[in-house]
Design a binder for this molecule. Sequence first.
Ligand SMILES: Cc1ncc(COP(=O)(O)O)c(C=O)c1O
Length: 376
Amino acid sequence: MEVNIKMTSNRFIPLAKPNILESDIENVAKVLRSGMLVQGTEVLNLEKELADFLNVKHVICLSNGTATLHTALMVLDIKEGDEVIIPALSYVATANVIERVGATPIFVDVDERSFNIDVTEIEAAITSRTKAIMPVHEFGLVADIGEIKRISDKHNLFLIEDAACALGSSENGKMAGTTGEFGSFSFHPRKAITSGEGGCLCTNDDKLAEKARILRNHGIDMSSGEMTFVEAGLNYRMTDFQAALLKGQLERVKDTLSYKSDLSDCYNRSLTNPNITVPIVKGTKTHAWQTYHVLIESPLERDQMISKLKEKGIGTNYGAQCMPAQEFYFKKYKLDSKSLFPNAYKAYTQGLALPLYELLTIQDIEYISQQVNQQK
Ligand SMILES: Cc1ncc(COP(=O)(O)O)c(C=O)c1O
């Protein structure tokens, strides 16, 4: 039986919207009133809270989740002539930072259901130039990190986890981002907690943490008590008012993740269109549900669906890029994504991200599902 679910108002449901409370705004206002606007005690306190949450030794907050990846590569001295293995499907930042340090991204296809790097294809991509594996925990679902760690150890490679979307997801109880030399997170507004722009690195290694802190701050080493410029660093610092905005969100994040998990369960129950494939979470993994990503099968057409759902007041978009198919990468490497990375290419051309965030209700999800189900 088709249930006719009506929206409570004629509002447009955007693809994403952060849940900023008055108390968060007050936390920011306090910092603004203090006049201490750059990196200071708020950032330091947030780093301690994040380290507790992630159960790691060090967290280093930076200006965004691209700066974090770039810094991780610089700390590990990855440079021209080196290769870094990444999934073909991600946001382009994952590949761009590798290009920026002069190294070469080596693309590996993703699994067709988890959208994470296909671990069975990683070893074939390793050469004498490979320096690191950089898996992405795509859409917030942790990759097969235990197996990737086994491979990186076996071949003596660094492991950098692009956990931009995966704050709070885990495999076997171990948080995404905490297995490799570095884990990298983004605090962009579509993430579980946001400072507008922002990000952090985490690591259990004292020396790596120290070098990341130095590179974040113009290469300055204060360990002698004096300002010594020991590296050609950058200014990748987070401001104290951004850290203040994150403070309350981090306190609430477990509830946020649990509510998003309820909403995704509702999608799983309500989406019955036979031409839509819903995401699955296998084994001992948990999903942070940064994106609820479905695959659209023929005769449905993804881009048409984006337009039709927009007419119904629902914002959707494609989920992630098949990076080797983007202009820069295609011109440079001339890789035929359709044949070499069929799963990543399919996700890029047939994947659809549906709204999933704290400000939505179960009724909103039922309404969106009904509209998706009615697509023919
Ligand atoms: C997988 C992945 N890596 C890196 C980034 C870059 O993060 P930021 O936008 O904070 O620079 C993003 C951004 O969405 C991402 O999704």
